[in-house]
Design a protein around this ligand. Structure first.
Ligand code: NDP
Length: 397
């Protein structure tokens, strides 16, 4: 099939007009969908620690955790408690009962509980040096800016934001405040993914020919009124920003190069309340300068659930499945006709190592390996993916 490249001018038209206006503008959401502002939500399916963590070590960086949802309470708070140079110093939530229970479980005093309304008071709280933003993705930019305005460093969950304009604002706010910004790309601290990166760097399977990624599951009945992940104002296009971003990241950190061409197709079934505002699936093809290609598929409406990253080289292949989960990773390397299963470490370390990496940057001035610029890069690529799908054409980057 011959692909007709889209011009840069048309690409910009698509990204700025069709995306920003019809997909990603803050004010656009259907009546009845969750609002694009911070509100409290019920207690998630999380068990709080039975006893508070020990007192933080001298020099430990105090974090305020913003948004006590599943990831915030099940992963981020325990990771901060386990990290060597970080601790939970405050919580920010729109649900006072939940905040009180979480604060008690982490041994925090009542005056370390904040709401979205008194967030600015964090500026006067010297116990808090950094803020971890674990809000729905459409709220990342605004609350990152507010955190910088309060004089704090910011670790922001993925995706960095829903548009490159928002990412640029976040980076500018970081620079103006003189505070650090990092994106929660935990796979850069996860032993299986780190080992796969090292293998690809040393060309363990020769020159890379192709990369395939699948990040998919079937979402149960839901709607934008109940679930921010399918509300456009909070989730952007949906599965790509939330889950497919792992495949996109893996294609870049294993391939080691940026694509020159992107072609994508989105699907959005009619009359399905789950996909009234967002896409069900996104399929992307990328071409790289070396001649390698990548095929990325992500979906909220495909069974069975898959989380695959596979690289085919001229001498063999590397397969990771599950590739980017919280745990249970598997990695196999096939070369010269024989396969070996590799077990380079415990995936559970990814969460607290990520936090300690940020603390190292704050305390020692060391380089952040997953900075805001990387988040911006990825959001730009997602904009190109949507622009290609909207145009029905390949985009030359
Ligand atoms: P949840 O829906 O579980 O929690 C989101 C929390 O945000 C809510 O509990 C609520 O906290 C707060 N919130 C504020 N405003 C709103 C609103 N308008 N609608 C819904 N919630 C709101 O989401 P997750 O914890 O799964 O995801 C949060 C972020 O973490 C996302 O950016 C997501 O991409 C990222 N994430 C990252 C993962 C990773 O592996 N790195 C895995 C999962 C998520 P409260 O009640 O305290 O105010």
């Amino acid at each position: 099939m011959t692909l007709r490249p889209i011009s840069r001018r048309r690409f910009l038209q698509f990204t700025s007009a069709s995306l920003a206006a019809s997909c990603l503008a803050p004010s656009v959401f259907a009546a009845g969908s969750l609002p694009r502002r911070a509100i409290g939500m019920p207690f998630p399916n999380v068990t709080l620690p039975a006893t508070p963590p020990p007192a933080p070590a001298a020099g430990s960086v105090g974090f305020a955790v913003v948004g006590l949802g599943y990831y915030g309470m099940a992963i981020v708070m325990p990771a901060l408690a386990r990290a060597e140079r970080c601790h939970v110093a405050a919580v920010v939530s729109g649900n006072p009962d939940k905040a009180a229970r979480a604060a008690a479980a982490y041994g925090l005093p009542d005056d370390a509980i904040y709401s979205y309304d008194n967030f600015a008071a964090l500026a006067r709280d010297e116990r808090v040096e950094a803020v971890y933003i674990v809000l729905p993705s459409g709220l990342h930019a605004d609350w990152t800016e507010q955190a910088f305005a309060a004089g704090k460093h910011v670790l922001c969950e993925k995706p960095m934001a829903l548009s490159s304009a928002e990412c640029t604002r976040m980076i500018s706010a970081s620079e103006s405040a003189g505070k650090k910004l990092m994106i929660g790309y935990r796979c850069h601290f996860e032993p299986y993914n780190l080992h796969a990166m090292a293998l690809m760097r040393e060309q363990a399977i020769g020159k890379i020919r192709s990369i395939e990624t699948l990040q998919q599951y079937r979402m149960g009945p839901t709607s934008p009124a109940d679930n921010w992940r399918v509300a456009r104002a909070l989730a952007g296009g949906g599965p790509l920003e939330d889950y497919g971003i792992y495949g996109l990241q893996a294609a870049l950190y294993l391939g080691g190069e940026m694509p020159t061409h992107i072609r994508a197709v989105t699907t959005q079934p009619a009359n399905d309340p789950r996909f009234a505002e967002t896409f069900a699936s996104v399929r992307t093809e990328m071409q790289f300068p070396s001649g390698a290609t990548a095929t990325l598929f992500t979906s909220y409406d495909t069974e069975p659930g898959r989380n695959l990253v596979a690289v085919q080289g001229e001498l063999g292949s590397l397969v990771m499945e599950p590739a980017t989960g919280y745990d249970g990773q598997r990695l196999s390397l096939t070369k010269n006709g024989s396969s070996e299963e590799l077990a380079p470490g415990d995936p559970a370390v990814q969460f607290h190592r990520q936090c300690d990496h940020f603390a190292d940057a704050i305390r020692d001035g060391s380089e952040i390996i997953v900075p805001g610029e990387m988040g911006l890069r990825d959001v730009r690529l997602m904009e190109a993916i949507y622009a290609s799908a909207a145009a029905g054409e390949e985009i030359a980057l």
